[in-house]
Design a protein around this ligand. Structure first.
Ligand code: KG4
Ligand code: ZN
Length: 388
């Protein structure tokens, strides 16, 4: 069984050893936080506390098996909002004590990365993984269930976080069609209606930094200034949306895509030079909430083709936070008998914890110049994957 409460979703799932989902349940706080304009930790904690018992019972009931028959209970303990994490961890430990089960502490990002192996059984270690969400942005090589090599990470914000802020700043929520969408989905939908995605000029972040790190705060500033300027030009009322919003979002999403593609391309160059993944089975897994986006992966797919990678993107339900990914990480650990505790009282929650050993300095030292693959024929489409 897996329990997830690292941010604003209370999730639980029961899997068998083959990764078949026997029962699952998920309570999303998305609409509540949308109303507050962001996640307020004590509110998130209260809602986890209110819902955890019901969510867990529902998943177990749906699975048709009893608590007594579980092998172990896996629970997210890092990284995440400590107030949210603590609710899941306490409840997971409580069940372990009650039913005398081993406890499996889970790293949220490792779980995001490995879920693809449940969805596509042909994925073998080592593989490249791009995790893009509202709280994280990183590139890593998954070597096994526990060991990861960190190739790049965001030096400031996460892409989902920036899209959430910009959607709010653009007041997209005032348009009925966007009212209940996450910021990322709202930006994607607006971009799909553009007639000129190059109307606004954006500078691609970190163009001259020869590493695989990400940065989104400069892009946030660029678009914020543009919005201000357009609001003045058109004299828009406080609750009105600027008329050029579609083209502005399209350019914004295109620049985010270009930036992510650059970092992925350099990572693939580095992997090639250092022979870190065998050429005959190169896989790039893309996951996290922003992987629900349909436009960014079109660019990534072009890079993958160039370097001989298969792109695997789990379905949206598995990309965003859920209990299934935690249970699957528990299954992988159970099978390899790594990180399973019958004595677990000392385990605590952690706000942050790197996914693995950093290769960032080595990449910088390699001083790799890349001839950027051209992202031709990237079209915005209106089919938006359900990211929430
Ligand atoms: O992984 P997730 O559920 O939570 C964490 O941040 O860990 O991701 C949520 C993020 C939000 O920022 C949301 O705006 C973004 O994923 N998101 C999207 C899309 N759907 C959700 N971003 C871009 N395009 C989407 N279709
Ligand atoms: Zn997540």
């Amino acid at each position: 069984m897996g329990i997830e409460t690292s941010c604003d979703d209370t999730g639980c799932a029961v899997l068998n050893e083959d990764g078949n989902i026997l029962g699952e349940s998920l309570h999303s706080q998305h609409l509540v936080h949308l109303k507050h304009g962001g996640i307020i930790p004590p509110i998130a904690q209260d809602m986890h506390r209110k819902n955890i018992e019901h969510v867990v019972n529902l998943a177990v009931e749906r699975s048709g098996i009893k608590f007594e028959d579980l092998s172990a209970i896996a629970t997210t303990v890092e990284p995440g909002l400590p107030m949210s994490l603590s609710i899941g961890m306490k409840y997971g430990k409580h069940l372990c004590r009650l039913y005398k089960k081993p406890f499996i502490p889970i790293h949220h990002m490792k779980a995001h990365a490995l879920t693809a192996r449940m969805y596509d059984k042909s994925i073998e270690y080592p593989f490249l993984v791009l995790l893009v969400s509202g709280g994280h942005c990183l590139l890593a090589i998954a070597e096994n269930v526990d060991d990861f090599l960190l190739l790049g990470k965001s030096t400031d914000n996460a892409p989902g976080e920036i899209m959430d802020k910009i959607a709010r700043r653009l007041k997209l929520r005032n348009l009925e069609e966007y009212a209940t969408l996450s910021g990322g989905r709202a930006v994607e939908l607006a971009a799909s209606k553009a007639d000129n995605s190059t109307q606004f000029n954006y500078v691609i972040p970190l163009l001259h930094h020869k590493n695989c790190n990400f940065s989104f705060s400069g892009l946030h500033n660029q678009i914020s200034r543009m919005i201000e300027k357009e609001e003045k030009i058109y004299g828009v009322a406080p609750d009105e949306v600027i008329p050029t919003v579609y083209n502005m979002c399209a350019g914004f999403l295109l620049t985010i895509t270009r930036h992510i593609c650059h970092r992925v391309q350099r990572a693939m160059e580095f992997i090639q030079i250092k022979n870190l993944i065998p050429p005959e089975r190169r896989v790039l897994v893309m996951s996290g909430g922003v992987a629900c986006n349909n436009f960014i992966p079109k660019g990534i797919e072009i890079i993958c083709k160039e370097y001989g990678y298969k792109l695997v993107r789990p379905p949206p339900k598995l990309c965003t936070d859920n209990g299934i990914m935690i249970a699957w990480n528990g299954v992988e650990r159970w099978k390899s008998q790594i990180g399973i505790y019958s004595d677990f009282e000392h385990i605590t929650v952690k706000k942050s914890n790197p996914i693995g050993n950093s290769m960032i300095e080595e990449i910088e030292n390699a001083n790799l110049s890349c001839e950027w693959v051209k992202l031709k024929d990237l079209k915005h489409t209106s089919a938006v994957r359900d990211g929430n």
